[in-house]
Design a protein around this ligand. Structure first.
Ligand SMILES: NC(=O)c1ccc[n+]([C@@H]2O[C@H](COP(=O)([O-])OP(=O)(O)OC[C@H]3O[C@@H](n4cnc5c(N)ncnc54)[C@H](O)[C@@H]3O)[C@@H](O)[C@H]2O)c1
Length: 349
């Protein structure tokens, strides 16, 4: 599948790496730099470079993990671009998960007010979510506090990378995959339900279909609302709870796992607010992927964290709650109402 739109050219194909050289050539870059992390670098970098035969490619490795999304990494990348004589016609390719994608995208968007940028995502989460939509950034006095919206020239999604992904990272991405089914596509939710074993076995045709469907959904949402003023907010289903849980656990609970608990809580809220009848079905699917649906959390701290969420623009907490699988609505609640609902949800969890 190739999508050509304001968000760049997006290629989701088995063996998509075969398209890499052609996509680079289309840009006619003066220089090319692949930015990766030290884990992906070891496993994949040499292999990927073989797909760009006709030109010199520079490489740079950043520290793997969330700590790599820092001012230090950013300044290292800017320095590399300056020392290497990069110009506005140079290209930075992010090869890695969301961390590499976010920090490279930010470096590319700010260096000389923007050089060419491309994404080759290697985690399930980055293939179905973070590589699409143009958000980037670094952590600075808080997660994702500094960043820009900057679209890549191309995004190349090849599910063969998923083969080497640790199981926990794979599940991390699956939470986002299930999210798409709940927020906007009942048929897709069913497809995931019917293919749990094949997905867990990482069968490439199934992963490719999943990536295609998720990318299409994300593209449609972002095209309608690039700057997250309306529809794009539905992508935060489970995330307002999830961010609070991540933070309260001092980031010991991974993002996807926290989002899984968050989605379960949002389903609980939906049951109370809208009479959502399919909570058990959503929780069952999460459990089949070994994702958690519950955690011991202290109510008051949870409420405090949720009201601080950076998407609570006008003082009200934004919750995304399903009406049925495949359809959600945005609800804004004041602190007292949030505390009341959460108390009920946590008591019945
Ligand atoms: N920009 C956005 O729209 C957006 C959306 C969601 C999340 N994010 C950001 O994404 C980040 C999380 O991304 P992530 O979950 O991809 O994590 P990550 O980039 O930290 O990757 C997870 C781990 O897997 C390793 N890895 C990556 N690909 C591999 C492969 N193919 N084989 C073996 N190991 C591999 C990495 O080295 C790392 O250790 C967070 O910083 C989050 O804020 C951004």
């Amino acid at each position: 599948m190739i999508i050509e739109c304001r968000l760049g050219r997006i290629i989701v194909e088995r063996e998509a790496l075969n398209f890499l050289e052609r996509e680079v050539d289309r840009i006619k870059p003066s220089k090319v730099c692949i930015v990766t992390d030290n884990v992906v670098g070891k496993i994949w970098l040499d292999n990927v470079i073989k797909y760009i035969k006709g030109r010199d490619v520079e490489k740079v490795e950043v520290k793997a993990g969330e700590g790599g999304k820092s001012l230090k990494t950013l300044s290292m990348l800017w320095r590399k671009f300056i020392d290497g004589g990069y110009t506005r016609k140079s290209l930075a390719i992010a090869l890695g998960g969301g961390v590499v994608g976010d920090v490279t995208g930010f470096a590319a968007s700010t260096f000389m007010r923007g050089i060419y940028f491309a994404q080759v995502p290697t985690t399930l989460l980055s293939q179905v979510d973070s590589s699409i939509g143009g958000k980037n950034g670094i952590n600075f006095h808080g997660k994702n506090m500094i960043g820009t919206f900057y679209q890549p020239s191309f995004t190349l999604i090849d599910t063969k990378f998923i083969r080497t992904l640790p199981y926990e990272e794979f599940l991390n991405g699956m939470a986002e995959v299930i999210k798409y089914g709940v927020i906007c596509d009942r048929r897709f939710f069913k497809y995931v339900e019917e293919n749990v074993e094949a997905i867990k076995n990482r069968e490439e045709n199934v992963l490719n279909k999943i990536a295609e469907e998720c990318v299409k959904m994300k593209v449609n949402i972002v095209l309608e609302d690039e700057r997250e003023e309306g529809l794009r907010r539905i992508l935060n289903f489970g995330h307002t709870f999830g961010h609070a849980i991540e933070k309260l656990s001092r980031y010991r609970i991974k993002h996807g796992f926290a989002v899984s608990i968050g989605m379960s809580m949002a389903c609980g809220v939906a049951e109370k607010l809208t009479g959502f009848p399919e909570k058990t079905q959503v929780l069952d699917l999460l459990k089949r992927f070994d994702l958690p649906t519950n955690a011991r959390i202290e109510l008051d701290s949870m409420v405090e964290e949720m009201v601080k969420d950076k998407k609570a623009w006008y003082g009200k907490t934004v919750l995304i709650v399903p009406e049925e699988i495949g359809r959600v609505k945005v609800v804004e609640v004041a602190k007292e109402q949030l505390a009341r609902i959460l108390k009920e949800v946590m008591a019945s969890a």
